[in-house]
Design a protein around this ligand. Structure first.
Ligand SMILES: C[S@@+](CC[C@H](N)C(=O)[O-])C[C@H]1O[C@@H](n2cnc3c(N)ncnc32)[C@H](O)[C@@H]1O
Length: 246
């Protein structure tokens, strides 16, 4: 009789242990899957060279089921999932992809590659502009911005500078002009450097004014020139440019 009592007591303890243990395990798996499966990552990949990509970015991209980015961004990574190369029509391509992704209730992990830092003149703003996208739909992995890289190369403290992008935002040319007229320091991403410089000259800025032009940062053809505006207009440049005016 005592033997039977002991046996049943032990059985109950064992059952509770199994029940508790499996509930915890399934809860853990569930919460892990929930976060892992549903989040889209907007990944900052730095100025271009692998040397400036964070460990976190590598890890996120290389464990993704789907990776979207420009040709030069995709080339940095070893992509194990599917890939989609974004073209100049990137806004529409991203819109269509994300709309389908949300509608299909997909559980695939998606990384969207954004050069530099996604939160500076990057894909964060583009993706937020989509009416069906909600703040909880994605996470942002920060990257080294071309602005930071330029400041490091020029050995300046960027908190002392006005930061501006004219890239696709020509309305900011007027702001640039005001900064230069007021002798304020500026770091800016040009839209079309020669045209931007012509605008400054046409609006009263001396062509003796010096600008530092930092081109193709982190790539093997990186070039950094400090010269007077009158000389800078004579050169040709790639589209990867950051400019500093002191
Ligand atoms: C759409 S904006 C993206 C900016 C990016 N989110 C960042 O934080 O650097 C693209 C512009 O960034 C600048 N840029 C990006 N990579 C660069 C690089 N490696 N060297 C110089 N400028 C770069 C150029 O002005 C380029 O036209």
């Amino acid at each position: 009789m005592v033997f039977l009592k002991n046996f049943f007591e032990r059985l109950i303890v064992f059952k509770s242990y199994i029940k508790y243990h499996f509930n915890i395990v399934s809860l853990k798996t569930c919460s892990k899957n929930y976060k892992w499966d549903t989040v889209i990552y907007i990944v900052g990949i730095g100025p271009g060279s692998r040397d400036y990509v964070t460990e976190k970015a590598f890890d996120t991209v290389e464990t993704s089921d789907f990776v979207l980015g420009s040709k030069r961004s995709l080339e940095i990574f070893e992509i194990n999932g599917k890939r989609m190369e974004l073209t100049l029509n990137l806004k529409n391509e991203l819109y269509d992809f994300l709309k389908n992704y949300k509608n299909s209730n997909s559980k695939e992990k998606v990384s969207i590659l954004s050069t530099g830092d996604p939160c500076f003149s990057g894909l964060l703003k583009t993706i937020f502009s989509f009416d069906f996208i909600d703040q909880n739909d994605f996470e942002v992995i920060p990257g080294i911005s071309s602005i930071q890289m330029a400041a490091a190369k020029a050995k300046i403290s960027w908190e002392d500078y006005n930061i501006l992008t004219i890239h696709g935002k020509e309305e900011n040319l007027k702001k640039l002009l005001d900064f230069v007229k007021n002798d304020e320091k500026v770091i800016f991403l040009p839209n079309n450097l020669k045209n931007d410089i012509k605008f400054l000259i046409e609006n009263g800025i001396s062509d003796e004014k010096e600008i530092t032009v930092l081109e193709n940062l982190s790539y093997s053809n990186e070039r950094i020139i400090t010269n007077k505006i009158s000389n800078l207009v004579k050169n040709d440049y790639s589209y990867l440019l950051v400019c500093i005016i002191n």
